[in-house]
Design a protein. Structure first.
Length: 373
């Protein structure tokens, strides 16, 4: 399934590249025209019939969208589509065929048959739009379903507003003096580093055995994938990294759900995380805190549950005194507490920034009507 999708992508892309080079004025082929080419392609390569036909159509859909993005981009940052390599560890395919419940705790997938799952009770009253079968680097297969469901029930209004400043040691610092620490992944990161060293060393040794000598004689006729120690180190490293990602996502889900339940209006900084990660001293800490994922979860959960999320300009929020409004200038990151030179108020740097973020949201008039109503 995975290789057939990759094969169709490369075949269609090669044809479209040749067509584009011969005459750049010709419009690129849409997904419906590409789907017409699947029938002669299956006759030429009969192994494509083993795939779900809708998955090959989804490949054409993704390829068409990729070419649209290339032609519509005026900045020149988006290049042409690239060929897919079989060495890519994360492999998947997506289909649009109907998945049906074949019995208690069983789902029937086109071309694959029945798979056991405990989610059949949840899927009784929903419409499945698409499905994706995914092979993780850990060696585990996952079935991801895109379904159409009714709108979730709204949370009751509490009449509270809050400003949130994000940080590294503490992920979320609230304007009401509450602080929520960042996810601590030190234990599993240490294990991942150990397996990374083993993986690199074993891969290097395996490559030395596969390499040829000066007379071009193969020192070891085995393929690189046949070295079990290297594969064991690769999967162990992937399991540690997956454990970190899953725990971090779980922590962020619990925190964002708690915040959305507690507050009707949440004001946050409109940070450009990609630009901040160019600072090599802070890039790893920012990535571990997952500021972008934290904001994305807040955005869609506020929309789901009838709350308001306001993003404000972060300029001068750590510099301005939240009591008198005096701007005392820039301060190094190591200064976590400071005293206003005008009103002599002692501030916690992060809490003061969170209060200023909430003040900016109020000055813009965003979210006030919702709380008063």
């Amino acid at each position: 399934m995975f290789d057939n999708d990759r094969f169709v992508w490369n075949q269609m892309l090669a044809m479209m590249n040749e067509r584009y080079q011969n005459n750049k004025d010709l419009p690129f082929l849409g997904k419906f025209k590409l789907n017409y080419l699947l029938k002669p392609l299956k006759k030429e390569y009969p192994f494509l019939k083993n795939s779900d036909s809708s998955s090959l159509q989804v490949v054409n859909e993704f390829l068409t969208q990729s070419w649209k993005n290339f032609f519509q981009d005026k900045s020149g940052q988006i290049g042409k589509s690239r060929f897919h390599s079989r060495k890519y560890l994360k492999r998947s395919y997506t289909g649009k065929s109907t998945i049906r419940i074949a019995g208690k705790r069983y789902l029937k997938i086109p071309k694959l048959g029945c798979v056991k799952t405990s989610k059949t009770g949840v899927l009784q009253d929903v419409k499945i739009k698409r499905y994706t079968v995914l092979l993780e680097p850990t060696g585990k297969y996952y079935l991801s379903l895109q379904v159409e469901i009714s709108e979730p029930e709204k949370y009751s209004l509490t009449g509270k507003q809050v400003g949130i400043d994000v940080g590294i040691a503490d992920l979320a610092i609230l304007s009401n003096d509450l602080k929520y620490s960042s996810f601590d992944s030190s234990y599993f990161e240490k294990k991942a580093r150990i397996w990374q060293k083993k993986y690199s060393r074993r891969r290097h040794l395996a490559k030395l055995l596969v390499l040829q000598d000066k007379n071009k004689r193969v020192l070891c006729p085995r393929s690189l994938e046949s070295f079990t120690n290297w594969q064991k180190a690769q999967k162990s490293k992937a399991r540690c990294q997956a454990k970190i990602a899953n725990q971090r996502r779980d922590y962020l889900h619990k925190l964002t759900t708690h915040l959305v339940k507690q507050y009707d209006v949440i004001a946050i900084e409109d940070l450009k995380t990609k630009n901040l990660q160019k600072n090599h001293h802070l890039a790893k800490s920012i990535a571990n805190a997952s500021w972008r994922m934290f904001r994305q979860m807040l955005e869609y959960k506020c929309e789901w549950y009838g709350k308001k999320l306001v993003a404000v300009d972060p300029k001068n929020t750590p510099r301005i005194c939240s009591k008198c409004g005096y701007n005392s200038g820039a301060k190094p990151l190591e200064i976590r507490e400071w005293t206003c030179s005008k009103c002599q108020t002692k501030h916690d740097r992060d809490i003061n920034a969170a209060v200023n973020i909430l003040h900016k949201a109020k000055l813009n008039g965003q979210g006030l009507a919702m709380v008063t109503s």
